[in-house]
Design a protein. Structure first.
Length: 397
């Protein structure tokens, strides 16, 4: 279900915005318009939608228009043209009272610089939005305490912001946003001021909260690794325009143009890819019908020294190795049962590559990718290296 919809949203800064709009319609670039009119194109005919309960990440370099865009969404900045719908309500048609109600109850914003009042306690900071709404003290205090508990700061309510670390202060900012119980969280570079360790902790915190609360989150960042880690969909911007929208995997495997290719070239793919992204089709034999001779033949054809054994429904049984299977042939055996090794490394399709890469690098046999007991694929070192190098791993089956 669509929560936020944006159509042809444009923002031009400067007095000659009419002339700038005309030049924009002619296909002139942001730089050309600035030179000719002195006006700056902040956002250029942007179209996108955000589904209920997803984390939608907007990413771009400085000057790409991402921070302007997020302020257009709650009309902290008025658009030059275009439309914004929240739950099928068009924001431009709202009067000041209706817009204020949306900001107070449907949207909350978390900023990069925390924005905490230094002379208020942590609890009082979290209460602030509820206080502005005129809620009774007991009610807002209870809601604030619940929000602090959500972010793991239930014991810090009486401290001042200056007594907390940067990461803890950002948690207070997040708790303040959550205290209103908004449908939509707007997060503008919310973790950018944090050191790498605190930043990862806050990413984990956000993902944990999302599992519980299923908010619609629009998250601004300039860090692609962060975008790929937390985003359900990612929108890449450049000079006020959209370059590409896609899932993390689509961004990595199907970059829209050379700009996106350059953008993703240094990304840590091991934190984005899962086992399903790097698995390949396994060579298999069926325990019910295939014997040692069939197993040896398939190993020779595939150029491997081992082969996986499954049941007819692809339930994983184990793996057999060429020397032992050859001995069965010499012994005139007809079943593989006696040489099947069942103690083999396994993982699920959704396991992040970063969690298993060390084990795969030292394993003496492929890792089986198993779901509901059934063999879906296998991971070998070569397929992992290919994926990390940016080469697509294909799996047909």
């Amino acid at each position: 279900m669509t929560k936020v919809k944006v159509e042809n949203l444009t923002k031009i800064f400067g007095k000659r915005f009419t002339k700038a709009s005309s030049l924009l319609a002619q296909g002139k670039s942001k730089t050309e318009i600035l030179k000719e009119t002195g006006a700056t194109v902040g956002v250029n005919k942007v179209n996108f939608s955000v589904e209920t309960g997803e984390i939608f990440v907007i990413i771009g370099l400085s000057g790409s228009g991402k921070s302007t865009l997020i302020r257009l969404l709650n009309r902290l900045i008025e658009p030059t043209s275009g439309k914004i719908w929240i739950d099928n309500q068009e924001l431009a048609g709202m009067d000041k009272k209706e817009l204020l109600e949306v900001r107070r109850k449907k949207m909350s914003m978390v900023f990069q610089n925390f924005g905490l009042f230094p002379n208020r306690t942590v609890l009082q900071n979290v209460e602030y939005g509820l206080e502005v709404q005129g809620l009774p003290k007991d009610t807002r205090e209870q809601k604030a305490k619940e929000a602090l508990e959500l972010v793991g700061l239930e014991n810090y309510g009486q401290q001042l912001p200056s007594q907390l670390s940067g990461g803890m202060q950002q948690r207070v900012g997040l708790a303040r946003a959550l205290a209103n119980d908004p449908d939509i969280l707007l997060m503008d570079e919310a973790f950018s001021a944090l050191d790498p360790l605190n930043r990862k902790d806050m990413q984990d915190q956000l993902l944990d909260l999302q599992d519980k609360m299923q908010k619609t989150i629009i998250f601004i960042t300039h860090d692609l690794n962060e975008a790929l880690r937390i985003g359900d969909h990612i929108m890449i911007m450049r000079d006020g325009s959209i370059v590409q929208i896609g899932t993390p995997e689509e961004i990595l495997t199907e970059p829209a143009d050379e700009y996106v290719e350059r953008f993703i070239e240094d990304v840590d793919r091991s934190r984005v890819y899962t086992a399903s992204n790097v698995m390949i089709r396994p060579e298999i034999v069926y325990i019910e019908k295939d014997g040692p001779r069939v197993a040896l033949k398939r190993m020779r054809e595939a150029g491997t020294s081992s082969i996986f054994v499954v049941r007819r429904n692809r339930e994983l049984v184990g793996i057999v190795h060429a020397p032992e299977v050859l001995q069965l042939v010499k012994d005139h055996a007809t079943s593989l049962e006696s040489v099947v090794h069942k103690d083999i490394p396994t993982t699920s399709p959704s396991t992040p590559l970063t969690d298993i890469i060390e084990d795969i690098s030292t394993a003496t046999m492929p890792t089986a990718v198993v779901e509901d007991g059934k063999l879906r694929g296998i991971i070998i070192r070569g397929s992992v290296l290919a994926a990390l190098a940016g080469n697509e791993v294909s799996f047909n089956g």
